[in-house]
Write a protein of this length. Sequence first.
Lengths: 324, 281
Amino acid sequence: MTSLPFEWLEKDRRRLRVEGSAVSDRIYEFLTAACAIVIPALVIAIAVAIFAAAWPAFSKAGLSIITTSDWDVAAGHFGAAPALFGTLVSSFVALVIATPLALGVAIFLSEFSPAWLRQPVGFLVDLLAAIPSVVYGLWGIFVLNPLLREYVMPFLRDTLHLGVTPFFRGPAYGPSMLSAGLILAIMALPYISAVSREVLMAVPRSQREAALALGATRWEMIRDAVIPFAKSGIIGGIMLGLGRALGETMAVTMVIGNRLEISASLFAPGYTMASLIANEFSEATNDLHLSALMAVGAILFVITLIVNGVARWLVWSVSKVRVK
Amino acid sequence: MRTARSRHVTSGAMIGLTYLAAILATLPLVLILGHLVAKGASSLSLSFFTHMPKPVGESGGGMANAIVGTLILIGVASLIGLPIGIGAGLYLAEKRRTPLANVVRFLSDVLNGLPSIVIGIFAWEILVKPSGFSALAGGVALGAMMIPLVTRTTEEMLLVVPNSLREAALALGYARWRASISVVLRTALAGIATGVLVAVARIAGETAPLLFTAFGNAFWSTSLRQAIAALPLQIYAYAISAYDEWHRLAWAGALVLITLVLIISIAARFATRSRFGAPVD
């Protein structure tokens, strides 16, 4: 970072105490370091506070909180397996829908888009990340769910005969795992596409030129020369989107139907860990109930921590290549 | 070996699919904004901004308290998030390779990735449990979400400032802290302002961290020590209610909220046009 004359000046200045700055510099360094330390302190405080509050439930029920599916507050049973299931399935559905779209947009923007379209389309997709989740939820309740109930679900089940599989069976209510998955797909899309676009644009030009020079078509160039180069960064982007989807609360709570049951059908209502907390926390009837909800929060904390950690690591490993 | 012709057809088809993906990806935004305007605009009037919510059954009424509440919450969050975020950003930019900087950088990404509901129950545990629902608790929860956003953009923007500027300031006899603040920080100010705006846009619409902290309030309150109404909370409560009148108000509220958020986001984008806009995550 620092160039040679700068280091020399630095030493010289320290010797001469120019401008009497030693004390004020120390205060400045202390203040900025104090601000920086707030961040680790906050993360540790969050972890400690939540795990401490979750401890009574963990010590009583252990891991049965996520392995059993009997959630009966009156009887003191706290099995949130359906919520864990719902969190994982809704996020999985979201990724299945969002990934090809996001990759398509990213490839379009980095390779094929006419110059005048690049900025506006990129901006519109990015804006999806700015829409508050409660607005997505509102739209889900009054626009998406009726649409699913009246047209999409009957179409999938009857017209396409997907009802023969266990995944698209049963009555079409509207509020469902499918609905949550769709909303989450829209919400995860801008994150996946933004990261993918950046890593695709970081792929060296020579990589593309070499493929074209060898006679590849434009698509073969993307498939064989560009995507393999950007692969781990793209996976990192997908993991980032996954992290967002796993922790998303309001939009999902509003459209998923909030029923604590495990069903193979995407048409059935479900529940997620985040919405379980959102719905029951302020009405928690006793300390154990509260502690069980904290335990659900603690598990959510750990899951998103792992997913985001892996995502960052993957994205970083690509951006290191870029520096070269 | 496939023929050149079929390879070119495949290529054209795949390129066509990326165009289709671009259309499909922009469609939800257009649909959502379209519905918001169609359903929300008719319920918007001056009284929406100046009146209090009315009880069930009475028509009319507005969200004056929720709009003011959201502004207060943003204010409290900014008072916490901005100084700490900018300070931490300065630290990261100046002490790039120290072990503490690496830890802080990593944990600020961790904090940023935490579900907002987890931040909400944390704020409940440390602030609400001892002293009840309050605007302060809501502001702290939002401020905690703001810190990592502001920190990382501040760091990024400071790193763009050429080192020669700092060296020139030092050569002129500036103390190191003055070189940092009145030369380097000032040069990066526009970029940092963008980051701040993006962070404000993001927390302005947050609902989950407020559920158990600010809690919402049907009455007029501007006290930091009491439960306070907020636009996202009010939209949520009205959206899941069973009354058509409240549904209409929810759409109107959502239109106001999205307008606020979009204005801030677009302002942020035009503050620094050079960057190929990516959502700051």
